[in-house]
Each structure stands twice: as structure tokens, then as C-alpha cells.
Write a protein that binds this ligand. Sequence first.
Ligand SMILES: CCCCCCCCCCCCC[C@H](O)CC(=O)SCCNC(=O)CCNC(=O)[C@H](O)C(C)(C)COP(=O)(O)OP(=O)(O)OC[C@H]1O[C@@H](n2cnc3c(N)ncnc32)[C@H](O)[C@@H]1OP(=O)(O)O
Ligand SMILES: NC(=O)c1ccc[n+]([C@@H]2O[C@H](COP(=O)([O-])OP(=O)(O)OC[C@H]3O[C@@H](n4cnc5c(N)ncnc54)[C@H](O)[C@@H]3O)[C@@H](O)[C@H]2O)c1
Length: 309
Amino acid sequence: MAQLTQVSRFSTSAANMIKKITVIGGGLMGSGIAQVAATTGHKVTMVDTSEDILQKSVKSIQASLARVGKKKFANDEAAGKKFLEDALSHIKPTVNIKEAVKDTDLVIEAIVENMDVKHKLFRELDQAAPQHTIFASNTSSLPIGKIAEVTSRKDRFGGLHFFNPVPMMKLLEVIRIPETSDETYKKLLEFGKAMGKHTVECKDTPGFIVNRLLVPYMMEATRMLERGDASAQDIDSAMKLGAGYPMGPFELADYVGLDTCMFIIDGWHKDYPENPLFKPVPLLQKMVADGKLGRKSGEGFFNYKKSSM
Ligand SMILES: CCCCCCCCCCCCC[C@H](O)CC(=O)SCCNC(=O)CCNC(=O)[C@H](O)C(C)(C)COP(=O)(O)OP(=O)(O)OC[C@H]1O[C@@H](n2cnc3c(N)ncnc32)[C@H](O)[C@@H]1OP(=O)(O)O
Ligand SMILES: NC(=O)c1ccc[n+]([C@@H]2O[C@H](COP(=O)([O-])OP(=O)(O)OC[C@H]3O[C@@H](n4cnc5c(N)ncnc54)[C@H](O)[C@@H]3O)[C@@H](O)[C@H]2O)c1
């Protein structure tokens, strides 16, 4: 409550609001963030490492926009088409990071869940971006304060943790580190609302709110499977039909990406070796080593290859 009162002393004038954003990483999350930002009136630049990847990102945005447009403009096909074209015209894909950040208000990083790779990127961004630019990470599990360490703008740094799939999930966790200025935090909260999200305020604690509860639950499901107590299919059915979850833990893990799941759990085990909740699961490591990354690779706990659907 005290924090809310303190933050509301600042008012962000229209001229001072976040309008131009740069999303780094055009994967599952980056493409979703770029899409929602574009449909909520922001000018978006989306960066990835190759033109091929960016092409795939744009295709997935197109497919998602078509689904949203079909629902939003159910009786007006032309309006649905215009919605899709307008949104796409607000997204500029590029591999040129320097160009992408040269006059941006906010950078949202959504690349691989690895501290060294994120550090390398943020060092480069800190050199290239103007003074006023705010940096945010969409990390699932890494401490925001540690990511920010390599920059000279900790007062303009925070976490924006979106949920997958971004166009459908209403929540946005907005994380502040001790150095985040009140003005920056206020702008991040306002940006979240402008994106149409329900924002919750989080401290920089492991997993923030959602993942601190979700990860142990998913880990317990995997241990249950490893012990042979129940099948993946039955555990999923049980949690959907008995607990009302939209997806069971294995369907969800495949949806998130098993590589991302493994990075999260291995990282937490390294940081908290005594905590039995975060003990790595050999099954998960083997699946990732075998290239079974979930939906994105066509196979994970379940099979998504066309012939089996
Ligand atoms: C077990 C292994 C353990 C491993 C260790 C654990 C590691 C820790 C892992 C933690 C990971 C954390 C990751 C991250 O930090 C945090 C997260 O993001 S957690 C994930 C949160 N997301 C969810 O929980 C999703 C739950 N699922 C759903 O809400 C729904 O299933 C769905 C995705 C909305 C899909 O709905 P369904 O009814 O199932 O399927 P439909 O296809 O019929 O879709 C319904 C409706 O939605 C529209 N839609 C779906 N997806 C999109 C999209 N991408 N874009 C646009 N529209 C979409 C679709 O068109 C349908 O519309 P309708 O026809 O109803 O009008
Ligand atoms: N998958 C989820 O459900 C989910 C949900 C919330 C948060 N997150 C977090 O979001 C981040 C991204 O996850 P994802 O699932 O979108 O991963 P992903 O593997 O789908 O996409 C990552 C993208 O980043 C690109 N990339 C890697 N290094 C880059 C660099 N230096 N510059 C530009 N692009 C680079 C990759 O080519 C890839 O396209 C991670 O930190 C993850 O923990 C994931």
C-alpha cells in the first residue's frame, strides 16, 4: 500500500508515455508481445538473429491476429482484414539491434533464458540506446537485479513478465528492483495497462508470484510420472477435470517449451541447491538432449507431428 501511494505521486503526461517499443527475440513470447503492443497503438520494432527466424515470427503473428480478428469482427470480414493489416504495419522486423533501439522508449528483452546471453545483449543495448530508454526483461526465473548489473541504468530497469500465449493471457507481472525509480515503475505499470493487461506489482524474488507457485507444482507432477504413479495423460486429465486448470502440467510444459523449463529448473537448483523442490529431473534433461522441446519441435511429453494429430 505504501508503495502504491509513493508511486502515484508521479503523473505521466501523454508526451512522456511509452509509444515506441523494441522487442528483442521473436520467439514464442517476443512475437506475442510485439503483436499485442501493435494492436494497442504502439510502434514496434522486433529483433531476432536471422531473417529466417523473423519471417517465422511474422507468420505466427499473422496466424494469431487472424484468430483474434475473426472473433473481434465476427460479422465484418473487411474490418477483420484491416485489423490484421494495420497491426502488421506497426511491426518492423529487423536483425539490426543498433538501428532498432536508436529512438525507442522501451526495450523488452525476450531471448533465451540464460544469464550470460542476456548479459551480452544488455551490454550492447546499454551502449546503443538513448538515455531515456527504459529496459525490461521478460525472464521467467532469473533475478532482474542480476540482469541489470551490466547496465549503467538500473534506475530505468524493471521486469515485465508476460504469460504464454500473450494475446490470450490477461496477467502482467511488473517487477521492480531496489534501484528502479518511481518514475520508471509508474511508466511500466501504465504501459502494462495500455497493453490491456491486468498488472500485479512484484518484488524481485525467485519466480515473482506465478512461477514461484507454478514451478513446484509442475516439478511434483514430473516426479509423480518418474515414480510411475500415474501416466502423463492421466495426470493432465486429473488436473483439468479435477482442479479446473485449462491445461494439465505436461501439456503446459510442452506449450512453454521443455528447453525453457529445463533452463528454469537447472538455474534455480544452482542458486538454491538445498531446496528439494528444485532438484533437476533427469527425464526432462534427456528429452531436451534428444531434441524433444515440446510443441515447438513437434514432440515433447506428447506428439504434435501432423501425422499423429
Ligand atoms: C512437467 C514438466 C516440468 C518441468 C519443470 C517445470 C519448469 C517450470 C515451468 C514454468 C514455466 C513458466 C513459463 C512462464 O514464465 C510463465 C507462463 O507463461 S506459464 C503459462 C501460462 N499459460 C497457461 O497457463 C495457458 C493455459 N492454457 C489456456 O489458457 C488455454 O489452453 C489456451 C492457450 C488459451 C488455449 O485454449 P484452448 O481452449 O485450450 O484451445 P483453443 O485452441 O480452442 O483456443 C481457445 C480460444 O483461444 C484462442 N487462442 C488460443 N491461442 C491463441 C493465440 N496464440 N492467439 C490468438 N488466439 C488464440 C483461440 O482462437 C480460441 O478462440 P475461440 O475459438 O474460443 O474464439
Ligand atoms: N515460453 C514461455 O511460456 C515463457 C513465458 C514467459 C516468459 N518466458 C521467458 O521469455 C524469454 C523467451 O522465451 P521464449 O519461450 O519466447 O523463447 P523462444 O526460444 O521461443 O524464443 C527466443 C528467441 O530469441 C532469439 N534470440 C536468442 N538470442 C538472441 C539475441 N542475442 N538477439 C536477438 N534474438 C535472440 C532466438 O532466436 C529466438 O527466436 C525467456 O526468458 C523465457 O524464460 C517464456
